[in-house]
Design a protein. Sequence first.
Length: 463
Amino acid sequence: MIEMRVLREKIKVFMLRSDSLYIQDMAPCYGRFFKDLGCYRNIKTLIFEKLKKSNISILEQFFNISTLNPQTLYIRILESQRLEELIDTGNFMLPQSINHINLDCSLDDYESFIKILKNTKKEQKYESLTTTFDMRLIRKREDVIEKLLNQFESVVLMLRDFTFNYRDLYFKRLFSHFTFLSNPNVEVHFELYVRDKSTIRQNRNSALEIDLNHSENEDIETRGLPTVTKVHIANLQVFSHPFRTYELNLLTSDLGLMKNIKTLIIDFRMFIDIESFKDIIKSLNDNIENIKIKSALTITVSHFKIMAQYCKNIKNLIIINLNPSLVPIEDLFTIFPNLDGLKAFYFNKDMIKQISNYLRDGETYKLKWPSLKFVHISCNNLSIEEYSNFRLINKRTPRKCGKLLINTFIDEKKLVKLDLIIQKNVNCLSNFEAIFNTYRSTFWMTSVGYNYWYANNSYLEGR
């Protein structure tokens, strides 16, 4: 058991070096301990994870610390209707210093959070909100959502929905009905999960679809969907389920309306042939910068050339499950002239030799640094010789800390795997991941990065 005085001094040292405080599942009985520390002058970001009935009061304890003045607040509540309990205890308020809020809770807690914002009596609107909700519930709480959005200068909404197939110009009808999605202060990130109703017999709340069938807005055709900046379309099928022809036609029409889309994440199994892939890529706006393709086992160099032809400004690319015999590593570096970041996961051992030959500077076993700002390559099944080669590259390549990371490890199947990360500076990894991750992870990577102090019960119990 660590002596409390020693623990207190150690925490102070870390806190004075940190700009973020991350609190996870902490019991309220430790609130007094942190209040007495008085070392929060550098904390700009305050994060609360896994809040529930037993520890929701920890929020109030930290907000009452006069020396803690964060600018950004992240709250994740695991159980619904927990904020109401805080409001019942008195005039619960946020610190006046907070301007940016990331809220991850049930829709039932939105109304309570609006009351908290009003209790705080901030003279000006908050600068930004990032939050998420399921589209199956939005119809019931549309008025509450609009009230919350009106409290902020700008909003990032992460919307999730599940459908049996892609039909009836989904996005066009959605934005015609819910006008707040077209608010110029709102940025929309969308995740659409496609199910095949012939194999998954799951009842879906149809209230939203019924309403949308009766709401069309012709202005959408001319105005487009300018608030959508990110779209993630996933396939929930265990087996391959390509888009049907009519689904592809509808999706390409919807994507063509998204003039400001920057990021697309999609499953390659949804394309029945290269022509269907080309149709989707052609529908994207010229300024799209980030593309992630999953389950890309059968993707070829020809597919990437199509992407380079119609999406000339691609800066960041993630490809999962590449076949090295179909897509050599050197092609990924040369096809896209404006590429800044590349993450490639190869599924078999044939890739190891390609990587070694391409990135090795002759027989010196030093790394031949690529021109990209960030490269992350993963592959399986290293031989003993290949493992030794990468150890030599790692040892003989001069670099600053954090710019080259070569990690070899054995997975649960006793296969030796390789993770190779090359970056121009230590922030490239976190910045790259933030582009593609969901809003919760994005907040973590961009706001916290490497410089934070993490606190939960185990620290205070001396474990």
